[in-house]
Design a protein. Structure first.
Length: 179
């Protein structure tokens, strides 16, 4: 269940971002990869602020997380339905002779990240620092000023991405997002 949640959110942000940039920023339409990544960055920020706002309102519960995931899934479906706007030149960015090497490097990176997700945390690990505050927010179902937050008085926006899998009690998905 962990991997589909992360994949749906990632692809949903990418799809909605590409659709929004294609509609409202026509100057990016010539470069499909630039358009997709610009939209992905925009929607990642919007998603972070949405989780932040839900947390400040005290509404961090599973049903709203399912609503966010269904919005991401709807973005994927709309993007797939809009076939004429799909980037056609993305495969030509990588020479076909380098494709097996790049695929094996990507598979090795995925394997290393999965092994890192399964290992236990160490006391001074950066993962403990990044996941402890969002775990408190997910358990309390709200975002409040945490007295032991060493970084700042308010939560950081990057912590909002760990809250979504932690609402489903998935530490492994949060570790995967961290890595």
């Amino acid at each position: 269940m962990e991997i589909p949640i992360v994949a749906i959110a990632f692809l949903g942000f990418l799809a909605w971002g590409d659709l929004i940039v294609a509609r409202f920023m026509p100057w990016h339409s010539d470069h499909p990869l630039e358009r997709a990544l610009t939209g992905f960055g925009l929607l990642f920020g919007v998603g972070s602020f949405a989780i932040h706002a839900l947390g400040f309102a005290g509404l961090l519960y599973k049903p709203l997380a399912y609503v966010l995931l269904s919005v991401c899934l709807a973005g994927i479906i709309l993007w797939l339905a809009d076939r004429h706007r799909q980037p056609a030149g993305l495969t030509s960015l990588v020479p076909t002779s380098h494709l097996p090497l790049l695929t094996s490097i990507l598979c090795l990176m995925v394997a290393v990240n999965f092994i890192g997700c399964l290992t236990p945390e160490i006391r001074d690990d950066s993962l403990v620092n990044h996941l402890s505050i969002p775990a408190c927010f997910a358990n309390a179902h709200r975002i409040a000023i945490h007295p032991y937050n060493m970084n700042m008085g308010r939560p950081q926006l990057v912590h909002m991405y760990y809250i979504l899998p932690l609402l489903f009690q998935n530490v492994y998905a949060a570790k995967l997002i961290h890595s």
